[in-house]
Design a protein. Structure first.
Length: 94
């Protein structure tokens, strides 16, 4: 498998204490009038990426840690978790 590069930028809508991702895919500059993000393509499938604060097995945030989430891209705007307008409620503890 080749290297996979995932670009992330700080989420301008993120605030401490929210469930929004801290980092999201960069804005899609080809469509400046839209709130679209650039995803990552893996084996021909597009994915949306986001980074959330990492948590330990007890749900406590790990200082400086991040959990990166890749989710298959969906055409519906309401399913685009990497969008800054998303609730971003999907957080995982490993």
């Amino acid at each position: 498998m080749d290297n996979i590069f995932i670009n992330l930028v700080r989420n301008p809508d993120w605030k401490a204490g929210t469930n929004l991702p801290v980092y999201v895919g960069p804005p899609n500059t080809k469509h400046p009038g839209k709130n679209w993000r650039v995803g990552v393509q893996i084996n021909g499938q597009w994915y949306n990426q986001a980074a959330f604060p990492a948590k330990d097995k007890d749900g406590n945030k790990i200082e400086g840690g991040l959990t990166i989430k890749l989710e298959p891209s969906k055409s519906s705007k309401k399913n685009d978790f990497a969008s800054t307008s998303s609730s971003g409620k999907d957080e995982y503890t490993f």
